[in-house]
Structures are given as structure tokens and as C-alpha cells.
Design a protein around this ligand. Structure first.
Ligand code: BGC
Length: 756
């Protein structure tokens, strides 16, 4: 009876909220209809135009006089302009000086924080803590939202398995399930705090050939639907308001004008109702792609389902002519214009166009000590301990040598795409360590090397193009090394802060050599040769190749780029105030030749038997084994954990049933710690080949020393099926293996059978 009453209550509540939603939509439709009836063709086209403003540009900016364009009703939004007062001034032109007074959207690349900067997304994902991910997006939205921004070009949810691609730093790694969870958390964090998310780059941008940015993509539909699309679909389900089309082609047609992608998949299959913006000059670039003149590609993009033109001004220049020549339908123009007006309506901009300009809130709130404290703790949880031969945590005593070109730089700490950051107020490693030890230990510093050798000046220049340099020390490489060794000789332990500068990963920063730059490796080798304990504090926006380091350096802590609070977060982990708990979300290969290397690969018809190095006529290499250096899901702690065998609540089940898989986890070490318990599933036999393992769940568990907890995962059809090449989800009967363990390499497993 109680159940029935509850059900009735639920149904009533649902229909009430449905009708409320219906009413709201009707009011919005009425408003937009009325407005659009007053709009000229030119004004409608204007709404689709998104020029860039401000100093942050990643290409050619077209509009010369943006204010005049706004006054003429030729602009729908602006992006990368910073500051509530400036934004208010521009908004005023739109609202008070244009004929219809339609407010502008103000966008920005708020990627991993606004002024309070969190770890780069790849690092953030290594926390496997979706509450922390959501919180970081919420803080970013609150800060940006107070300072005039209503729309962020984030999250980037491109799955990527190629660390040569510099933009892996902006995503959450190689796994569709994990990236989907991340996508949901980010969309919630932004949109529950009043800022529109823009999910990018739709789609397959992370699969450019040879890891070269903007390069050609060619991929099967099965792989798209199963591996590259899921995070985008998850974002739609979470209510994401906008999408950004990617630069690359799909089946020979650039995403920007790909009707199958933007309309058939995104709208018809997934039910997306928001708007789609191109990437920076995405329309114009289709001329270079070679699919038509500027006018033709502009028409084609609109027809395919693109709604807004970032920077190209192809819509502005060619749509009207297209309509006159019968090449563009007014219906398509209306559709796109309506979607943008709807987004503005939903944000409340027609009621209060200045609601995002909270000049009085900014000073005490943005980059406040409270928010920075949260960023510090999230950063510490993103670090991954790759190796530790009893060196860490360090004691605050004796003499500590802090060495390396990344040790004393504030501006490199936030990492790529932190356009609103106060770089000079970020915390460096040296500052963090000094602050933590106070007068308990002596801290010595030497730069040790420049970012790159004197012989690599051109490469160094290209690697720091956006201006976050590590100023070159006038002394020779040899002199710098000598000084570092002198400092090291007086120390009990050496902390070497080495790796990439922040702009060596990110957009337009592909690399084919994934080693730490040679001059820094030489420094590291010399430091290790002293025989003193060395901690490699690794800065990187992507997996690097670390074979020598992992064999010879006693401790390696991967700190990515930890955001504005990096220095203090590093000190928290080095001295044990925080026990590291991050786990890799991208495989670290042994060498570049192994790429793409990812855990969820297929078995092939000639797999290498487990534990083997090489067998003739098997799928392997002559010169390196198939294993990664560090696998997906891997990361150490200052304590240790033991897993019990996997237990299943059933050995046989029907399609509509579920099974619970459990393990008991025990903290077997000497301090409290957090462990990311990972669930993988293998569909042993399918109508098409299936990966050897797929992540289907994870839980981050905190345990005191000696404490045990049983962790349960419910496995149902949503974990067992796959998408066929038309995008239909199918679940096939047969045997499934369930793995639960500390990384993707776990062999702790049980199996069950699914039957019709
Ligand atoms: C990038 C996008 C970014 C846009 C706007 C492009 O170059 O690919 O990710 O959102 O610029 O700054």
C-alpha cells in the first residue's frame, strides 16, 4: 500500500513538474517568437556571430571595430574579455544602443578555474573524485559568473589515447567511462552555478593521426560510438546547454559542417536541444580543408546544424546572400537564431543583462583565501605517486636541496589554458616547501638547468609561445649544473622539479619526443649519481616516457600542473600532511613507438600470452614489450592496501537482472589513506570483438590503518552492452568477467553468465 501511495505521489510530482516545465517553455517560446518577428534577417544573422575580444586569442581575430558591430546588431556574443566593469560597458552598448537591445553572451575559456586555478583537467581527473571535480567547476563558475562571464568553453571531454597530442592535458584521459563521469560532474558544477557549459570538441578531436594537433581523423563507427562519443552523450543527458564543433574531419567532412554528426547523432539520436558553436575560425578553415569557397562552407555549416560562428564571420558575410540566391533556407537561420535567444532567455539575460557584472562581489570573493584553500586540497589529491623506495614522505629536518627549472617559477604552476589566472600570485614549489618547513630544516635552491639546452633555443621558444617562459639564466649549462651539484652535496635529500613548462602541452603543442628535455635529464642523472635520495617532482601535461627515471630515481611524484596553489599542495604531499591518492587516467608508455597504448585494447587473433615478452608471429615488437611503463589506474600511496577475492551475488542472471560484485579492502600499512577501487568488465564472446577490459565503476575509499571496508558495485545491463555501428545499444548473452582491483592490470576476478 505504502509503495502505491509513494508511486502515486511520484507520478503526480512528475506530471506537475512536467506541466510546469511545459508552461515555462511556452512562455519562452512566446517571448522568442515575438522578438524574432521584430528581427530583420541581418539581426538574426548577427545573433549567430561570435567575435573574439580582449587579449586572449589563439588565431587571427577578424572584427576590427566590435562596438560598431554590436551597435548594428551584428554580434550575438563576445569572448575572452576579462572584468565585470569592461563587460558591463560592452553589454550596455548591446542593450541600450542596438535597435532591439538584445543582450550579449560573454564567453571565456574558463577551463580549470577562473582566478583560483585547479589542476589541469588531466591532473584533476587523476583524483577520481567526482565531487572534487564538480566543486572545482562550481567555484570556477561562481568566480567567472561574478566577473561578467555567462558561458565557458568547457568541459573538454575528448577521449585521447595519444600523449603526443598536447591537448590531452585539457581532457580527462583515455577512458570513455571515466571521461563521461567527469563530463557530467563538470556540466553540473558550471550550470548549477549559473554559467553555461560548452562541451567540446565534438567530436573525435583527440584521435588526430600521429597525435598532431588539427590533423585528419579516420575512425570506424563502432569505435566512435563506444569509445569517443560516450562523454558527449553523457553531457547531453546532464543537460549541457551548448556544444563546440571540432576542427577535424569525420568521414571526410569537417565536424563544423557534418550534418550526420551535428544533426543525426547529436539532435536526432541523443535529443540535444541547446546550440552548437564552431571552434575558432572553424568555418573559415573548411576552405583550407578543401570542401568549398568561404560562402559555400558557411552555407553548408548552417545547413548541417551549426548555430554560431566563432571568429570566422562567415555567417555574417555570406548567409544573407545565400538566402537571396536560394542556397540557404530561412528556416535554418531561424532555427539557429532561436536556439541562441533561448539560451539567453534561460540565463535570465533579458530580465537582467547585467546580472553577471557583480563588480562589488569580485574583490573579496574571487581568488579569496577560502577558495584557494579548496584548490590546494584538490590539487594535492590529483598528484600521482609513481614510485617510492622509502624516500617519501620527507621529514622536516636536516638540509633539503630544491633543484630544477620548475622549482622557482610561479607563472608555470597554473598550467595551460588558465587565461584569467593571476600568474604572479601562484605559489611556486620553492615557496611551498619553505613555508612548510619554516625553520625546522634548511632549504637550499639551485636552478640546475634552463628549460632546454643552449643548443635548443628555437625549440624552447616554440615551447613557451604563450609567454610563460622560464627566463633563461645567463650562465652556461655546465655552470648551472656545477652549482646544483654543489648545493646537492650539502643536502640530505634532493627534490628535483623537472619536466615540461606549462605551454609544452595544450593547444598546438604536439611532441614526438616525450622525454623530459635532455638538459634536465642530464641534471637528474647527475643528481642521482650523488647517491643521495632524490625525489623527482614531475611537471607534465601528458604522459611522458620515463624508463630511465623509473629505473634509477628512488621516488617520483607526478604533480601535473596543480593550479595556483601548486607549491603548497606539493609541500602537503612531500611532507605527508596529505597522503597521495591519485591514479593515472592515461597509460604511460615505455617509448613513443608503443603509442597508441591503452588498457582497453582488443585481444587480436594473435595475442601475446600474459607475462611473455616476445613470441614470433604474435602481436608484439622486436625491441620493446607490450606492457606500459605505468598502466591506467595506477598510483601508489604512503600506505598499502589489500584486496580480498571478488565475490558475486549470482553466477547466472537474466538481462533485466543485476549482480552485485564485492571486495573487502584493508589498509595494511601504517597511515590513513585513500584508495580508488576500480571495477572492470570483460565481455568474453561477442558478435563483434570486445576490449580485454573496460572500466565500469570506481569508488574512492578512505581507510584508517588496519581498517577494512567492503565495497559493492551493482552490475546491470548498462555495464554489459556496447553500441553497434548504427548507435544502437545491444546486450548479448554469454560469459562476463568482473575484475576489481587497484589498477587496470588487476587479475582479481570472477565470472558470471548472462542468459536470455
Ligand atoms: C580552441 C578551443 C577554444 C577556442 C576559444 C580554440 O583555439 O580549440 O578549445 O575554446 O580556441 O579560445
Amino acid at each position: 500500500m505504502l509503495k502505491r501511495i509513494l508511486l502515486l505521489f511520484f507520478v503526480c510530482a512528475l506530471s506537475l513538474s512536467c506541466s510546469e516545465k511545459g508552461r515555462e517553455e511556452a512562455t519562452r517560446d512566446h517571448f522568442v517568437d515575438k522578438l524574432m518577428r521584430q528581427m530583420s534577417v541581418e539581426e538574426k544573422i548577427g545573433q549567430l556571430n561570435l567575435p573574439v575580444a580582449g587579449e586572449i586569442v589563439t588565431g587571427e581575430a577578424r572584427s576590427s571595430d566590435v562596438s560598431a558591430r554590436i551597435r548594428a546588431g551584428e554580434v550575438g556574443g563576445l569572448f575572452n574579455l576579462k572584468g565585470a566593469a569592461k563587460i558591463r560597458e560592452i553589454q550596455k552598448i548591446a542593450v541600450e544602443e542596438s535597435r532591439l537591445g538584445i543582450p550579449l553572451l560573454f564567453g571565456m575559456d574558463v577551463i580549470h578555474g577562473y582566478e583560483t586555478i585547479f589542476p589541469i583537467p588531466l591532473g584533476l581527473s587523476c583524483s577520481w573524485d567526482m565531487q572534487a571535480v564538480e566543486r572545482s567547476a562550481a567555484i570556477a563558475a561562481q568566480e567567472a559568473g561574478a566577473d561578467g562571464i555567462s558561458w565557458t568553453f568547457s568541459p573538454m571531454v575528448d577521449v585521447s589515447r595519444d600523449p603526443r597530442w598536447g591537448r590531452v592535458s585539457e581532457g580527462a584521459g583515455e577512458d570513455p567511462f571515466l571521461v563521461s563521469e567527469y563530463a557530467r560532474a563538470m556540466v553540473r558544477g558550471y550550470q548549477n552555478n549559473g554559467v553555461l557549459a560548452c562541451v567540446k570538441h565534438f567530436a573525435l578531436y583527440g584521435a588526430g593521426e600521429a597525435g598532431r594537433d588539427y590533423n585528419t581523423v579516420d575512425m570506424s563507427r563502432g569505435r566512435m560510438y563506444n569509445d569517443y562519443f560516450p562523454p558527449f552523450k553523457a553531457a547531453v543527458e546532464e543537460g549541457a546547454a551548448s556544444f563546440m564543433a571540432s576542427f577535424n574531419e569525420i568521414d571526410g567532412v569537417p565536424a563544423t559542417a557534418n550534418r550526420w554528426l551535428l544533426t543525426d547523432v547529436l539532435r536526432d539520436q541523443w535529443g540535444f536541444e541547446g546550440f552548437v558553436v564552431s571552434d575558432y575560425t572553424g568555418i573559415q578553415e573548411m576552405v583550407e580543408h578543401g570542401i568549398g569557397s568561404f560562402a559555400e562552407v558557411s552555407w553548408r555549416a548552417l545547413d548541417a546544424g551549426l548555430d554560431m560562428d566563432m571568429v570566422s564571420e562567415g555567417f555574417l558575410s555570406h548567409i544573407k546572400k545565400g538566402i537571396e540566391q536560394g542556397r540557404v533556407s530561412v528556416k535554418d537561420l531561424d532555427r539557429a537564431c532561436r536556439r541562441i535567444l533561448e539560451a539567453k532567455y534561460d540565463l535570465g539575460l533579458f530580465d537582467n543583462p547585467y546580472q553577471y557584472c557583480q563588480e562589488e562581489k569580485v574583490p573579496g570573493f574571487v581568488f579569496s583565501p577560502e577558495l584557494r584553500k579548496e584548490a590546494r586540497s584538490i590539487a594535492a589529491d590529483s598528484f600521482v605517486l609513481l614510485k617510492n623506495d622509502n624516500v617519501l614522505p620527507l621529514r622536516k629536518e636536516g638540509t633539503i636541496a630544491v633543484v630544477g627549472p620548475l622549482a622557482n617559477t610561479r607563472e608555470n604552476m597554473p598550467g595551460t589554458w588558465s587565461v584569467a589566472a593571476r600568474l604572479e600570485e601562484s605559489r611556486s614549489v620553492l615557496e611551498g616547501i619553505r613555508e612548510a618547513v619554516q625553520d625546522k630544516a634548511r632549504v637550499l635552491y639551485a636552478k640546475g638547468s634552463n628549460l632546454m639546452a643552449a643548443s635548443e633555443l628555437e625549440l624552447e621558444k616554440r615551447s613557451t609561445l604563450f609567454g610563460r617562459t622560464i627566463p633563461r639564466d645567463g650562465r652556461s649549462d655546465a655552470e648551472l649544473l656545477r652549482e646544483a651539484l654543489a648545493v646537492a652535496s650539502r643536502a640530505d635529500v634532493i627534490v628535483a622539479a623537472l619536466g615540461e613548462a606549462s605551454e609544452m602541452s595544450g593547444e598546438s603543442s604536439s611532441r614526438t619526443d616525450l622525454n623530459i628535455p635532455q638538459v634536465q635529464r642530464e641534471l637528474l642523472q647527475a643528481l642521482v649519481a650523488t647517491g643521495k635520495p632524490v625525489v623527482l617532482l614531475l611537471f607534465n601535461g601528458r604522459p611522458l616516457t620515463l624508463e630511465w627515471e623509473s629505473a634509477h630515481v628512488p621516488a617520483i611524484l607526478d604533480v601535473w600542473f596543480g593550479g595556483s596553489e601548486t607549491g603548497d599542495a606539493v609541500a602537503d604531499v612531500l611532507f605527508g600532511a596529505v597522503n597521495p591518492s591519485g591514479k593515472l587516467t592515461m597509460t604511460f608508455p615505455k617509448n613513443v613507438g608503443q603509442i597508441p597504448l591503452y588498457y582497453a585494447h582488443k585481444n587480436t587473433g594473435r595475442p601475446l600470452p600474459e607475462g611473455e615478452w616476445f613470441q614470433k608471429f604474435r602481436s608484439n615488437y622486436l625491441d620493446v614489450d607490450n606492457d606500459p611503463l605505468y598502466p591506467f589506474g595506477y598510483g601508489l600511496s604512503y600506505t598499502t592496501f589489500a584486496y580480498s577475492a571478488v565475490e558475486l551475488s549470482a553466477q547466472r542472471l537474466k538481462r533485466e537482472e543485476s549482480v552485485t560484485a564485492s571486495v573487502t579492502l584493508t589498509n595494511t600499512g601504517g597511515c590513513a589513506g585513500k584508495e580508488v577501487v576500480q571495477l572492470y568488465v570483460r565481455d568474453v564472446v561477442g558478435s563483434v570483438t570486445r576490449p580485454v577490459k573496460e572500466l565500469k565503476g570506481f569508488q574512492k575509499v578512505s581507510l584508517a590503518p588496519g581498517e577494512s571496508k567492503t565495497v559493492h558495485f551493482v552490475i546491470d545491463a548498462s555495464c554489459l552492452g556496447f553500441f553497434d555501428s548504427s548507435g544502437n545499444y545491444v546486450v548479448e548473452p554469454g560469459e562476463f568477467q568482473v575484475f576489481i582491483g587497484p589498477s587496470s592490470r588487476t587479475e582479481n576476478k570472477a565470472s558470471f553468465t548472462l542468459y536470455e
